[in-house]
Structure formats: structure tokens, C-alpha cells
Unconditional design. Sequence first.
Length: 265
Amino acid sequence: MIISNNPFATLSVFLPSIVMQVFVILMVVLVILGTLFDIIHKKNVKYFFQNAKKAKSQAKRNLSSNEKTSIIAKTFASEILTTSELGAGKRRVAHLLGMYGTLLFWATSVILIFCYSSSTIKTPIIYPILWHVGAIMTCLGGYWFWFFLRVDVSAEAHPWYRIIQADLFVLSLVITSTFALLWSFLQSYNVIGWSIFFLILFGLSNLVLFGGVYWSKFAHMFYKPGAAIQRNLAEADGSRDNLPEPSDQPKQFGLGIKREAPKHY
Ligand code: HEM
């Protein structure tokens, strides 16, 4: 069955496992370097801590460490694990598909490459299945977002094929998973030439995805959780990030508000 094929085991006949393992380590180093350069260049983390300090000085009450732990745990369970900031709807479903698909794909890639990239070791069937499922989920969530949900397309009426730098992350993410699936599929049908071709494209797209962290939205997966925790702590201690409390007046936006369904991003 294609989905239970471990493509890295077959690959190990032509390419030593150590080369695959060094490639994975190189990708991790690229992510760390890209994120560090991003932090230094944009000074976003510096601003984040300055803002948190300022907000703390305006806190209306001190939070106990128990309260803080509970807020952080709740933020993890809701905002981070279920991306609740995207509300209930297609945008959130697409993101969850892409996020969990990617995590599954990355985790199983590491397991397959570091433990089972050899034709002499038997791979437990579950890992290649999860690897393929992860790649398929990433493609479903990512292409759904790319073709239909992207703000440029869904709210600003730009054609789906208009590509800008902000698309680097989502495009390299889905293209990497697409090439992985095509490589595995062709390899399991013994189409040697094309499978090598897609293997090379798979490698190159990984280089773009992990090497492009500085220019892409990749690092949002680290920044977003931090910002969500800070936002909820600021809400609880009353500093509210220096913003006013929501009004308790009835909502009066006029009839114009009903002309078009709201699109919140
Ligand atoms: C493996 C982890 C993750 C992956 C693969 C991932 C993937 C993506 C992708 C592909 C996009 C679309 C980017 C674009 O605008 O072109 C996106 C946007 C977004 N992500 Fe993530 N993400 C991850 C983690 C997270 C986490 C942990 C959070 C929040 C705590 C988060 C919140 C968001 C938000 C709010 C958007 C904007 C969505 C929109 O415009 O509809 N992401 N993410």
C-alpha cells in the first residue's frame, strides 16, 4: 500500500541515512538562525518585552503565580492548540488542518529518518501512514487557504495566482508536502526517474521553507503563542496593554453594517 511505504527506507539504498540526518539538522539550524536574525532586525522581541514591562507598571492588581499558571495553561489549551483567535469558521478549520498536518509530517519525518531510514530495519506501519496523512492534511488546509481564504483573494479580490513575498511561507509549506507525496507515490510504483526528480524538488522546497524563515511568516508559530499569553495576562491584571475597556453602551453601528457580511482577520 502506498500510504504505508516508508520512502526514506527505499532511499537509503542510494543515499546514506547520515546524509538525510545531517540535512534535517541543517534545517533546524536554518530555522534558529532565521528566527534570531528576524528578532535582531525587527526588534520585535525587544518591543514585546518593553511593552510588557510598561503594561505591568499599569497593572491594577498583582497576579499570584497560581493565577498566572492557570492563565498560561488556558491560553495553551485554547488560543495555541485550537487557534481560537481565528473564531469559528473555515479560516480556523483550514489553519488547524495545516498546523496539525505540518506537526505530524515533521515529527514523523524525524522518526523515519533517524530510526528507520534503512532497508534492513522493519518500519512500524503507523509512522509512514501518519507521515502521508500529515502531508495530505497540510495540502488540504494550505491549498484551501491559498486559493480561497487568503485576505488578498477573499477580501481584496486579487486573483489567486498573484504572488507576493507574504505568500512565501504558505506556498513553500504546501509545495514541500506536495513534492513529498509525489516522490513517495512514484517511488512506490518504481517510476525511478520521476521519483528522483520529485525527491530533488522536495529537498529544494525544504531549503526554501526552512532557509526562508527571515523573509517569511514562519516564525509566527513562535511569536503568536507568546503574544497570546501576554495579552491574557494583561487582561487579567487590568493593564489591558494600555487599551481602554470595552464600552458597556449598546452597539449602534447604523444600518450600513448589515450591507455586507463582516470579515474579521
Ligand atoms: C506548526 C505550526 C503552525 C503552522 C504550520 C502554521 C501555518 C500557518 C499558515 C500557512 C498561515 C497562513 C500564512 C499567510 O498569511 O500566508 C498561518 C496563519 C496564521 N496562523 Fe499559523 N501556523 C502554525 C502555528 C500557529 C500558532 C501556534 C498560532 C496561534 C497561537 C497561529 C496563528 C495564526 C494566525 C492568527 C494566522 C492568520 C490566519 C489568517 O490570516 O487567516 N499559527 N499559519
